[in-house]
Write a protein that binds this ligand. Structure first.
Ligand SMILES: [Zn+2]
Length: 263
């Protein structure tokens, strides 16, 4: 499940594969961009902003454009060597193919694919809160935005990318467990918001640069999380069975004892 660190890693993979490369061709399998051809365009850089991927390009006439994509739950980008078979996902999930001289980037199951003037990039991502993995990470601003909605449950507020950008279900669950906070506590009743935000930042930053997401410090299979994905398994702190609640794409795991409902 893509969270901010996964998107950050993906941006780096794309950057390594394509930065500086002049594209030899492109194939957009989304209706709104079906006629676009990026042959002759050069990839300047690949960046992430929260869960948004931004591939910045410069055209033959020095025109600047940004290819935007969002991974949501299932999206992914893969880089292949020229001639290598594209085996990561089924072909019908391919949305974008970018051919470079040394690599081919294939985007699967992407959402919100758009090509916009780079100067208008902010229109796509401007409403995002501070990016947990951005160079301009601003914890005080994240706390301020969270606190502006005191009646919202803290689990919802952490997922709202307008408050802070980068947290998905995994980090949401893990942060709340580690802080001992019941997920449905209203934000206004959370004792230490700066502590919560600071921990979210540390957990994402620790996983930057690797694909195994761990919040426990262990990279061993089955030991990488405190509560996430551990329904009915014993809490690593108190032995109580971990609980799970699912609402659409929002899934929450928590320990009923370590994260008691406020009375
Ligand atoms: Zn527990």
């Amino acid at each position: 499940m893509p969270e901010g660190d996964t998107v950050w890693n993906t941006a780096r993979v794309l950057h390594r594969a394509l930065a500086g490369a002049r594209l030899t061709g492109s194939d957009f399998r989304v209706p709104q961009l079906a006629a676009v051809d990026l042959a002759g365009w050069t990839v300047r850089e690949s960046a992430s902003r929260g869960k948004h991927l931004l591939l910045r390009l410069v055209g033959p006439d020095d025109e600047r454009r940004t290819l935007h994509s969002h991974l949501r739950m299932e999206g992914a980008w893969r880089a292949y060597a020229p001639g290598e078979r594209w085996t990561a996902r089924p072909a019908h999930l391919i949305r974008v193919v970018l051919h470079g001289p040394d690599a081919v980037a294939v985007g699967y199951h992407l959402h919100e694919v758009a090509l916009v003037p780079t100067a208008e990039e902010e229109n796509l991502v401007g409403s995002l809160g501070p990016d947990l993995l951005g160079a301009d990470w601003d914890p005080a601003e994240a706390v301020r935005r969270l606190a502006a909605g005191p009646e919202v449950t803290v689990a919802e507020a952490l997922l709202d990318q307008r408050n802070l950008a980068g947290v998905g279900n995994l980090y949401k669950c893990e942060v709340l467990f580690l802080r001992g906070v019941w997920p449905w506590t209203p934000v206004g009743a959370v004792a230490d918001l700066p502590g919560l935000v600071g921990l979210a930042h540390r957990l994402l930053a620790a996983n930057r640069g690797r694909w195994t997401q761990s919040t426990t410090g262990s990279l061993h299979r089955g030991q990488t999380s405190w509560v996430y994905g551990r329904r009915a398994q014993p809490c690593r702190r108190c032995g109580t069975a971990i609980a799970k609640r699912e609402l659409g794409e929002r899934v929450t795991y928590w320990c009923p004892v370590c994260q008691p409902e406020p009375t």
